[in-house]
Design a binder for this molecule. Structure first.
Ligand SMILES: [Zn+2]
Length: 408
């Protein structure tokens, strides 16, 4: 088991400026003894032995470096070994020249070991999460939900990967978080709250329960809180916290930032808790039945704001726009341009496919653009954004989807 330190030191005021000085500094610690090739660390009755290599050189007139490599006899990272590593890093080496010493651990077998062991644990949790989401969404929204309802950013990711496996597997850790833990209200405050206040003011609402019923839809709740919490007995807030913590640790592993034993223990504990909760949720997912309003709310609240607006006002429902899949199956367009022309031609021309289009993609973009006023009382997105959104949805995603399911 190896650990390599690279230490750069400013020579001015430095405690040691050569190899002997470095050794003396180590020896100054009463629990460390050092011979020509071996360093021994004593903690009560336990001895830790490591062979070491120590190199030293001048970088410039006022800067030197030490390369200090430890090769431990033991392959286990015992408590004592971890203690020695910690002491070297935090107490001993920085003393060479306080605040003017830069220490890089350029190799660490302990961290590598933990990263390797962490990976399958985290991967397993991620897959379980995905399984839950795909079950929940497919049962309640339908099999095409990923294509139709995910935010643009996810669609773009899907597009870039261009994999044929299930779309859910391209949805990453933090996006999973959104589906399960993002809070949303059933009713927007906007005019709705004003109406409730009016009702209270005019004594139309006097009963406490009635008032609570009228106000509850304004309280934001996540899908977990709505549909799983009472069945699984795990608070959404706690689970969401655990999930975020695991996400941070996962990034540490993924980006090689080095994890230690306590990180690894955290990963095991957190993963254990999440696994239990999610497995339980999976067992219960088939019993969840959403009303049509709830289904719409689930869909509407996943993804980008434009996506939500689009879903909420059914701007692109086949009835309000064009039954795009029918058009696709019948005419089998091969390019974006061709599909655009098809939509346009079906506005006026009577075609034997039976499809009638309510407008061009641009028109749908304009409709979406105007719906912003109904929803927010202002334009948050430009007309160009809205047209681009509809273009992505109708043209790009449709064509991509048709390739995947083999319409052509
Ligand atoms: Zn046609």
């Amino acid at each position: 088991m190896n650990i390599d330190y690279l230490i750069t030191v400013e020579t001015k005021d430095s405690l040691c400026t050569d190899i002997q000085g470095f050794k003396n500094l180590l020896k100054a610690n009463s629990s460390i003894s050092i011979t020509n090739r071996t360093i021994v660390y004593r903690k009560e009755n336990v001895l830790v032995r490591a062979n070491y290599t120590l190199k030293y050189s001048k970088i410039s007139a006022d800067e030197i470096f030490f390369y200090f490599k430890l090769k431990f006899e033991s392959d286990d990272d015992t408590r004592e070994i971890r203690e020695l590593i910690h002491k070297l890093k935090n107490n001993i080496i920085p003393r060479i020249n306080p605040n003017k010493t830069k220490l890089d651990i350029i190799w660490n077998d302990i961290e590598t070991k933990y990263s390797i062991q962490s990976y399958p644990i985290i991967n397993n949790v991620e897959n379980l999460m995905r399984k839950l989401i795909i079950l929940f969404m497919t049962i309640n929204v339908g099999k095409e939900w990923t294509i139709k309802n995910l935010s643009n950013s996810i669609s773009q990711k899907v597009a870039k990967n261009e994999l044929k496996t299930n779309d859910i597997y391209k949805i990453d850790f933090i996006q999973i978080n959104d589906v399960l833990f993002k809070k949303y209200a059933d009713l927007d405050v906007g005019n709705n709250l004003r109406n409730v206040v009016k009702k209270i003011d005019s004594n139309e609402l006097v009963d406490k329960t009635e008032i609570i019923n009228e106000l509850s839809p304004f309280i934001p709740k996540s899908n977990w809180e709505r549909y799983f919490e009472n069945k699984v007995d795990y608070s959404g807030i706690e689970l969401s916290k655990a999930w975020k913590k695991l996400y941070d640790l996962r990034n540490k592993v993924a980006h090689n930032r080095g994890i230690d034993k306590s990180d690894f223990e955290d990963i095991k504990t957190i993963s254990g808790k999440i696994t239990k909760a999610i497995s339980n949720a999976i067992k219960n997912v088939f019993e969840i039945q959403l009303t049509d309003d709830e289904k719409l709310n689930v869909v509407v609240n996943i993804g980008s704001e434009l996506n939500r607006l689009n879903a909420k006002y059914r701007v692109t429902s086949p009835k309000n726009s064009v039954p795009i899949m029918k058009l696709l199956k019948y005419h089998k367009p091969t390019s974006e341009h061709e599909l655009c022309l098809l939509i346009e031609n079906h506005i006026t021309e009577k075609c034997e496919c039976g499809v009638k289009s309510k407008g061009t993609v641009e028109d749908f973009g304009k409709t979406l653009y105007e719906k912003q006023i109904d929803e927010w009382g202002e334009y948050k997105f430009s007309l160009e954004d809205c047209i681009k959104f509809e273009y992505d949805l109708f043209i790009r995603q449709t064509l991509r989807h048709s390739k995947n399911v083999g319409y052509k």
